[in-house]
Design a protein around this ligand. Structure first.
Ligand code: B3K
Ligand code: ZN
Length: 882
């Protein structure tokens, strides 16, 4: 039964609750199919609220069993209970009162994985955003904060562990065969941060001494036998705790911090107070089963959830429109953490690649929305790259505008002033305005205007006057619901280089504020004039990607090559290499479409190969430079009438050309970039592996033979190398016996390890070409595939739809029709997962007309179903309309 009716919620309608929640006591009597939940809520009427106003609590698929007011049964006439709400009238006007609610829920039947659910013998919860109302009737909104006491009662058999938020109070035997545990969380929190876990798990333990000398017990719970694979996560946790003390001055605040890894989970992880629940994909790692990317993700996500303890938990969101207040800020914090732990420029390159390939298409398509939206139908559909990644970029721009010290001053003020509160973006921005004295009014448009700004630049040099003029123009494209945009405050980090590679120091700059190397673009058009420039400069604009914009700036290949060699900002070097690559790739795609011969410019190929062989550059940087813009990057740049087959063919031809020209470079790198000794997941070793595997990939084109990849597959001693060799075999030589054998041996070796089998599914889902659809359909019947497991679904169906443009987007439309069928099926069990996978259709309008029509028809087929969840209905209708 669907009780979520999905009405539209508007920011403008925000009202505080009529009643203040003082305290919450919850008692759970766990049973797989009939769990008893007893909730005691102590409330009082807020000052000034109408004395007759009833108490209205949220529910979702609930049935009330009993209801007491101050320990006495409430007469039926005094309340109304429906599956989605409980309304109680005639409550005390002034004094606090206690409401005691009892209801029963079925955790086993909860396939949505929201609220309390039970899979593989484990009880666990997911309450953000609105899952708590699936557990009990409650004021389930983030601005209702209270301390919680939790008692969990369960059969000892199968449930030796009974965990919840806060500090452990005690426990013991209860009645026949059952035991109990009690927890108290003194920090007032909203219901979305509630968590309960019960079952039988293994644990690794450690401890951390905080900066004020308090000892915190650290525990990571995983399935029995997997304990050794949690040690990297534990190490990442301790490093995160230390870093947050050193960089943000934030100390942990309970006696214990726990992480539980679960295998059926809708997202990456969840920051519940003191009891983080993680998708086990982001906890478990060892050299045999995890890639370098897995290690980096684990480190980043462990840090992210831990950092939420201050940015999200101690200070939370007033309403869900403010989601970026905690998510954008916390992503910024985890990005900074990883940059400090690893290589800053390489991390920045990876972030920008991700932003451009995920967030830019969102911002440029039907699902575009502001970082702080003003309206939603289903909040779960707003956990987007715009809220997270663009939200992080907006925080980064504040740091850029203010400089390190004033940014820190603003953050300290924010922590001081708002600790224990549920606040808004305006409260956040105000702290930085007060700390710096800078007006951030225009800047705040970044929160409110959707769409990626386009900045067009052109330069003229006046040799006689020794001035360089940079004319800039900004345009923010129209997005759904926002046709007219105001000019934004865009911080552009900028430098001017002489032909010899040295930077110019302008004697003065007029026409725009230029401080600390940052040019402030605030008007629609603006010309900055740099004085005292001795010769024609080569300009580097938007260094380190200081603003999340598209930049149109015609620079000659020679100028870009100069930046690629001499820029001191290594992000900007990578950008120059990308700017050299892109026109070649786009031309190749057009030529492939028109049946012409494909040839890349010599400057581009030469510059790339010089960078590849440049030993003064980090291997990880070189690997990033050689990973050309992806097919979806190309599609985004082409902007319309896209033919995935032509894009693929064009890109393949360019790769082949680079591979042939650089055959010796790649062979030398392949031999040089070994990582002798024992495996280490550190960033430096990972960088060497990345460059070596990149060389191997190019060699597979130059040599046009699976032999070298086959040897690499047979000789690999870690998952990164093994998986890359497998990918080359499967993608480049799918019909070879080497590919078939490698896929079979990989499957047999890892059949027991679901997370590794996900990689096996994903490698096959991304084999280019129309034939992959049949393979995917067959794989769905493989005994190793489980429809009910979100990781499996994402690995096979999600990866296929999101990252295989020639397979999923095959010309006859079968890929889109397959997705439509799957979405309808997944939606019956797990609406959130279905809605997320469906966003893979967001760029359908940019396809050439035949494919676009197939895609539209598939979307229409979904839309006409009368059974849709609010989640899927919201996405499908916006995708069709926008
Ligand atoms: N806050 C959670 C995400 C919850 C998603 C709910 N649909 C994880 C995170 O961003 O840290
Ligand atoms: Zn988060």
């Amino acid at each position: 039964m669907r009780t979520d009716i999905g009405q539209v919620i508007n920011l403008a309608d925000y009202q505080p609750t009529d009643f203040v929640l003082e305290r919450v006591d919850l008692t759970f009597e766990l049973d797989p199919e009939n769990t008893k939940v007893e909730a005691r809520l102590i409330l009082h009427r807020r000052d000034g609220v109408d004395k007759k106003a009833p108490l209205v609590l949220d529910g979702d698929e609930l049935t009330l069993s009993s209801l007491l007011l101050d320990q006495i049964d409430i007469p039926p006439a005094q309340y109304d209970a429906t599956p989605e709400s409980l309304t109680i009238r005639d409550l005390p006007e002034e004094t606090p009162f206690e409401v005691c609610i009892t209801n029963y829920i079925n955790p086993t039947a909860n396939t949505q994985l929201m609220g309390l659910y039970r899979t593989s013998g484990l009880y666990s919860t997911q309450c953000e955003a609105e899952g708590f109302r699936r557990i009990t009737y409650f004021p389930d909104r983030p601005d209702v904060l209270a301390p919680y006491t939790i008692t969990i009662i369960a059969a000892k058999e199968g449930n030796p562990l009974l965990l919840s938020n806060g500090n452990f109070l005690g426990g013991g035997n209860y009645d026949e065969g059952r035991h109990f545990a009690a927890w108290f969380d003194p920090h007032p929190k909203p219901s979305y941060l509630f968590a309960l876990v019960a079952g039988d798990l293994g644990v690794i333990e450690d401890s951390f001494t905080t900066m004020s000398g308090r000892e915190v017990a650290l525990k990571i719970y995983v399935e029995h036998g997997k304990e050794p694979r949690a040690t990297y996560a534990m190490d990442a946790l301790k490093r995160s705790m230390k870093w947050d003390e050193e960089v943000f001055g934030r100390e942990y605040d309970l006696d214990i911090f726990m992480i539980v890894a679960v295998s059926d989970f809708n997202m990456g992880a969840m920051e519940n107070k003191g009891l983080n629940v993680f998708n086990d994909k982001y906890v478990l790692a060892d050299p045999e089963t995890a890639t370098d990317a897995d290690y980096a993700n684990i480190e980043a996500i462990i840090a992210h959830e831990y950092f939420h303890n201050w940015t999200g938990n101690r200070i939370t969101c007033r309403d869900w429109f403010q989601l970026c207040l905690k998510e954008g800020l916390t992503v910024y914090r985890d990005h900074e953490f990883s940059a400090d732990q690893r290589s800053r420029p390489v991390k920045r390159i990876a972030e920008v690649r991700h932003l451009k390939s995920e967030q830019f298409p969102e911002d440029g398509g039907p699902l575009a929305h502001p970082v702080r939206p003003t309206t939603y139908r289903e909040i779960n559909n707003f956990y987007t790259t715009t809220v997270y990644e663009k939200g992080s970029e907006v925080t980064r721009m504040i740091a850029t505008l203010l400089g390190k010290d004033l940014f820190k001053k603003g953050m300290d003020l924010y922590f001081d002033r708002h600790d224990g509160q549920a606040v808004t973006i305006e409260d956040f921005v105000k702290c930085f305005e007060e700390a710096s004295g800078r007006d951030l009014g225009q800047f705040s448009l970044w929160y409110h205007q959707a769409g990626t700004p386009l900045v067009t630049a052109s330069g003229t040099y006046d040799a006689a006057a020794k001035t360089f003029s940079l004319a800039l123009e900004q345009m923010v494209p129209a997005t759904p619901g926002q046709s007219d945009k105001k000019p934004m405050h865009i911080p552009l980090s900028l430098a001017l280089f002489a032909e010899d590679g040295n930077a110019f120091e302008p004697s003065s700059v007029t026409g725009a504020e230029f401080t600390g190397g940052v040019l402030h673009l605030t008007e629609r058009t603006q010309t900055a004039v740099f004085q005292g420039i001795g010769s024609r400069p080569v300009v580097s604009i938007n260094r380190s990607f200081s603003a999340p914009i598209n930049l149109h700036f015609d620079q000659s290949p020679a100028d870009l090559a100069l930046l690629a060699r001499h820029e001191t900002d290594h992000f900007a070097r990578w950008q120059a290499l990308t700017d050299l690559a892109l026109p070649n790739l786009l031309k190749a795609a057009r030529d492939a479409r028109d049946g012409k011969t494909i040839a890349s410019e010599k400057t581009f190929v030469d510059t790339l190969l010089i960078a590849a062989a440049d030993e003064s550059l980090e291997p990880a940087f070189r690997a990033q430079a050689l990973a050309l813009p992806s097919e979806s990057d190309m599609a985004r740049e082409l902007g319309g009438n896209n033919d995935p087959d032509a894009i693929h063919a064009g890109r393949q031809a360019v790769i082949k050309q680079i591979a042939d020209a650089g055959k010796d470079v790649f062979a030398a790198l392949y031999d040089a970039m070994t990582t002798p000794g024992e495996f280490s997941p550190d960033a430096k070793s990972a960088g060497r592996r990345a460059l070596r595997n990149t060389a191997l990939t190019f060699l597979s084109y130059a040599e046009n033979s699976p032999a070298r990849a086959k040897a690499a597959f047979d000789g690999a001693n870690n998952m990164t190398d093994l998986l890359q060799a497998l990918t080359i075999l499967a993608h480049r030589f799918p019909d070879s016996s080497e590919a078939t054998d490698a896929l079979a041996s990989f499957r047999d070796r890892f059949a027991e390890n679901a997370l590794v089998i996900d990689k096996w599914f994903a490698v096959q889902a991304t084999i280019p070409g129309a034939g992959t659809l049949d393979r995917v359909v067959k794989l769905m019947d493989n005994p190793l595939f489980k429809r009910t497991n979100p990781n499996r679904m994402r690995a096979l169906v999600g990866t296929f739809a999101f990252t295989n443009p020639t397979g999923f987007g095959r010309a006859d439309g079968e890929g889109y029709r397959f997705l439509a069928r799957e979405i309808l099926d997944i939606d019956r069990r797990n609406p959130q997962l279905a809605a997320r996978i469906l966003t893979s259709m967001r760029s359908w309008r940019a396809l050439e007309p035949v494919r676009a029509e197939h895609a539209r028809a598939a979307l229409a087929e979904i839309a006409q179903s009368s059974e849709l969840s609010t989640d899927v209905r919201d996405i499908v209708e916006r995708t069709l309309k926008g």
